[in-house]
Structures are given as structure tokens and as C-alpha cells.
Design a protein around this ligand. Structure first.
Ligand code: SIN
Length: 330
């Protein structure tokens, strides 16, 4: 009798029985660096809603936007340590884990976001989701943001206009090479530090999507933005592979379903949010938006093209070819 009472007591202490234990959900922390009124901000909230619904409350998702919990410098490490379960860094930020994903940083690689989508959905794109498993990171999905625009406090109409200027870049060697190719000076900076760096003039310019330029108010401290569409900012939703593989199968399935639907929502709203952000910037009058003529655009393509050859060995020609092929819709 005494033995069974003791056994029951220790089970309760371990939290294996009792109404409180049955109800306490698994807490999933989802950390990211952008504002809530962006494609990623909205998609993270959609994932929370659906994950809690599909798991019947077995998980509780806490979303931390705006580098509140972890910024660029620490978020991968936080996943590795289990301090956070979901992150969705820009593809440029996987530089130190694999050179293959740097493919997405090659300037003028994709004609538009539809081409990016075709590549990500194809075999080469899907394989990249698993390319960091040996380092214990697993990609569950790609989320679109959109095409990058370039800004400064002077019009950037031809590559020579960028010469000598200092540009903030994400932590990517390809992006560094892209600006060096223009005779400009790249400076790697965390996303949360960009506004201030532009404001005080530590850097002269930056490249980003309309939704990021608007939600971070970069347009208030940049007089000129060129609609260059010269590259892409997209995300990979990443989890700690060991943590994910240790989840019960039914929970994994529910979370995967929530992720697939949140991805669909993200990719449906990304273009619209970027277009709205562009209109708001235009309406603010704080920054002038410049369009490139075909001739001017050709000069940017030409000036940045040597970056491809420089990184072909590290990325792999097969991957670059697959990406180029995705520019053709069938
Ligand atoms: C993001 O969209 O997550 C940030 C991109 C950047 O660092 O510029």
C-alpha cells in the first residue's frame, strides 16, 4: 500500500498525471526580426492561429516580432540551444551554415517572385530545405517577401551612382561582393540597427523590399529609392531538427498542416503588402521613387554579373542553372 502511494506521488511530481499536467500545452516560441504588418509578420501570426487550432490546444505558439527576443546575431544559436523553436531568417543569413543557399543572393538571378516560387517548389529548392540537417537545422518551408529595391540619399540610376557610397547589407559574402563590384563599400549590419545607421549616416544606403522599407521607416531617412528589383528577400522557416524529429507524429502532422497553410497565406499576401507599402511611401512624399529605363537596367545587370562567376564554385553550377531555368514558365 505504502509503495503504491509513493509511486503515485512520484508520478504526480514528474507531472505525468493530474488535470493541470493534462492541460499544460507545449510552448513553441517563434522569433523573427520584422514588423507584424509585413508578409512574415502576418504569416507567423497565421501559423500560431492554425497550429493552436489543429493541435486542439496541445501547443501554444508565442510569436516575438521585431527582434524582441532574438535579433539576427543570435537567432540561429537560439534554435540550436532550444531557447526558441521556430525562426524564419532571410535566406541571405544562412551564409555561415551553407554556401548553397547563397544562390538566392546572386544579383538579377530571378526575373520576379513567380520565378523564385517555381525554383523553391522544384526539386533543387526542396533539397535545399534539408541541406543543413547535418548541422541540426531543418527547413520546413519557404516564405516570400519580395524583390529588393536600392536606396540612398541621391538617385541611383546607373551603377556609377553607387560608387564610393557605404551600403548596409545582410550578413552575406555575395551581397558584399555585389557592392564591391560597384565600387561601393558594403557593411554587414543587423536588421534592427539599419534605421539608426541610415539616420546618423554610418551608412549611406541599403537594399530591401518595399514592405521592410516602409515598416522600418527607412524611407524617412533615404531621399531616393530605385525600383531595381535586383534581388530577392525570402525566408526559410527553420527548426531544430532533433527537437522536430522528437515530436510525436500526430503533432508533427498538425504543425506541418498549419505551416503549409500559413505558407500559402504568406505567399498570397506578400505581393499585395509590398505594393501597398510602395504606394504609402510614394504618398508620403518623404522619398522619391525612381524607375530604370531598359538601358539603365542593363548597365546594372552588366556591372553585377561578375559576382556569379566568383561564387559559382561554392554554390554549384547545377543549382544556378536550375534557378535560371525557373525564369521560364511552362
Ligand atoms: C527580414 O526581412 O527578415 C530582414 C531582412 C534584412 O535584414 O534586411
Amino acid at each position: 500500500m505504502r509503495k503504491s502511494i509513493l509511486a503515485l506521488a512520484s508520478i504526480a511530481v514528474l507531472g505525468l498525471v493530474g488535470p493541470a499536467a493534462a492541460q499544460s500545452p507545449i510552448v513553441i516560441k517563434f522569433s523573427h526580426v520584422v514588423a507584424e504588418n509585413t508578409p512574415k509578420g502576418q504569416a507567423a501570426l497565421k501559423f500560431k492561429e492554425l497550429a493552436e487550432k489543429y493541435t486542439g490546444g496541445k501547443v501554444k505558439v508565442e510569436v516575438y516580432p521585431n527582434s524582441q527576443l532574438f535579433g539576427d546575431a543570435k537567432e540561429m544559436e537560439a534554435v540550436a540551444l532550444g531557447d526558441v523553436q521556430f525562426i524564419a531568417p532571410s535566406l541571405s543569413k544562412f551564409d555561415k551554415f551553407t554556401k548553397k543557399i547563397q544562390l538566392f543572393d546572386l544579383p538579377f538571378l530571378f526575373n520576379d517572385i513567380d520565378a523564385v516560387d517555381r525554383f523553391q517548389e522544384g526539386k533543387a529548392g526542396q533539397d535545399l530545405l534539408k541541406s543543413m540537417e547535418a548541422k541540426n537545422f531543418l527547413g520546413l518551408a519557404y516564405w516570400h517577401n519580395g524583390m529588393k529595391q536600392i536606396s540612398a540619399n541621391k538617385p541611383l540610376l546607373v551603377p556609377e551612382d553607387a560608387k564610393g557610397l557605404k551600403f548596409r547589407i545582410q550578413a552575406s559574402d555575395i551581397l558584399a561582393a555585389q557592392f564591391q563590384q560597384l565600387g561601393a563599400v558594403p557593411q554587414k549590419l543587423a536588421f534592427s540597427e539599419v534605421y539608426q545607421a541610415l539616420q546618423v549616416g554610418t551608412v549611406d544606403g541599403q537594399e530591401n523590399t518595399w514592405s521592410n522599407i516602409f515598416s522600418q521607416k527607412f524611407y524617412e531617412v533615404q531621399k531616393d529609392i530605385t525600383e531595381s528589383n535586383h534581388g530577392v528577400i525570402d525566408y526559410m522557416v527553420v527548426v531544430n531538427a532533433k527537437w522536430w524529429n522528437g515530436l510525436p507524429k500526430d503533432l508533427q502532422d498538425d504543425l506541418k498542416k498549419a505551416m503549409d497553410e500559413a505558407t500559402k497565406v504568406n505567399n498570397e499576401i506578400a505581393n499585395k503588402l509590398n505594393e501597398e507599402a510602395k504606394q504609402k511611401i510614394q504618398a508620403s512624399g518623404a522619398s522619391k521613387i525612381h524607375q530604370l529605363s531598359a538601358e539603365q537596367r542593363a548597365k546594372w545587370v552588366e556591372a553585377m554579373k561578375p559576382v556569379w562567376a566568383k561564387f559559382e564554385g561554392a554554390i554549384g553550377k547545377d543549382l544556378i542553372d536550375a534557378a535560371v531555368a525557373s525564369n521560364k514558365s511552362n
